[in-house]
Design a protein around this ligand. Structure first.
Ligand code: C2E
Ligand code: MG
Ligand code: MG
Ligand code: MG
Length: 283
């Protein structure tokens, strides 16, 4: 029975792999027209200061709306990365984010910091920095209002590209963040080698059922190290008050997570910002 079961599992797996390969091809094929047809949209997740409860920024996260169904990035970003097609999408999301930020700043949220994700594959384009700068300038944004997020690199070649990219961003006052910090091969050397303004502690560090001494030691050390290096810290994936308390005790008060808000369509985040501003007036 065991062998039979294994056989069935294996057959299912192969089938699934084939299907996935086909899906990938189809997606790559459809990507350009989807972009033209406006099927890609940007959602925004609030970044919150847990001490004040205020929204201090947002992260732009792409969604693919296809036949009315919302497709999450994990379902198409990997395929686009393999095909080297993320740059166009990332620049599009940056532009959408800049458009919205322009409006929100005009509505009185001057200190709002907008994070935008860029794939490491995008570094293969030597013009990437220029393209980013061009878009930010087009919307007359203060460059301090934009934070470029990128995950840690794995190869030496990519690392050199990323170092140069981070340096150029810094020269132009555009802030950078290392996303999913702590999950890469070389988080410590990343902190040493890259000119970054922020690290974003990966949600896996706080997602255990019970946070233990080990977690406290690791996250606490990351926060202390970042402090000594004058690098900002934000933690993602915060879903309950226990985690908020745990992070506050260790000195991290900037968070993102479902507890404070899921990624939302721009109108909805704008509503949250408006309510926040109204609260200030009444209090
Ligand atoms: P990321 O940049 O690390 O984004 C954080 C992910 O965690 C988001 O998933 C967000 O919805 C999710 N998240 C936020 N709070 C919580 C929480 O409290 N609990 C849990 N379980 N999850 C939470 P999302 O939007 O599905 O994005 C997944 C990944 O796709 C992103 O990870 C990023 O690597 C990539 N991605 C998203 N948008 C873009 C984009 O415009 N360009 C590129 N290149 N990659 C993108
Ligand atoms: Mg991110
Ligand atoms: Mg992340
Ligand atoms: Mg991620």
């Amino acid at each position: 029975a065991y062998a039979k079961k294994r056989g069935i599992d294996f057959a299912d797996l192969t089938d699934e792999m084939l299907q996935q390969a086909n899906r990938q091809k189809e997606m790559q094929h459809n990507f350009s027209s989807a972009l033209r047809n406006g099927e890609f949209v940007s959602f925004y997740q609030p970044k919150v200061d847990t001490e004040t409860g205020r929204i201090v920024g947002a992260e732009a996260l792409v969604r693919w709306i296809r036949d009315g169904v919302v497709i999450q990035p994990d379902q198409f970003i990997p395929a686009l990365e393999k095909a080297g097609m993320t740059e166009q999408l990332d620049l599009f999301i940056l532009e959408e984010a800049c458009k919205n930020l322009r409006k929100w700043i005009s509505n009185g949220n001057e200190d709002m910091v907008m994070s935008v994700n860029f794939s490491r594959r995008d570094l293969e384009d030597p013009q990437l920095s220029e393209k980013i700068i061009h878009i930010i300038e087009k919307y007359h944004l203060n460059r301090k209002n934009i934070l470029v997020e990128m995950t840690e690199t794995t190869s030496e070649q990519e690392k050199n590209l990323m170092m140069r990219f981070m340096d150029t961003m810094s020269e132009h006052d555009i802030m950078t963040s290392i996303d999913d910090f702590g999950t890469g091969y070389s988080s410590l050397s990343a902190l040493r080698d890259y000119t970054v303004n922020e690290i974003k502690i990966d949600k896996s560090f706080i997602s255990h059922d019970e946070l233990q001494d080990k977690d406290r030691a690791i996250i606490g050390s990351i926060i202390k190290m970042a402090e000594l290096l004058h690098v900002d810290v934000i933690t993602e994936g915060v879903e309950n008050m226990e985690q908020v308390q745990f992070l506050q005790d260790l000195g991290c008060t900037k968070v993102q997570g479902y507890l404070y808000g899921k990624p939302l369509p721009p109108e909805q985040l704008e509503g949250m910002l408006d309510r926040q501003a109204a609260g200030m007036i009444h209090s």
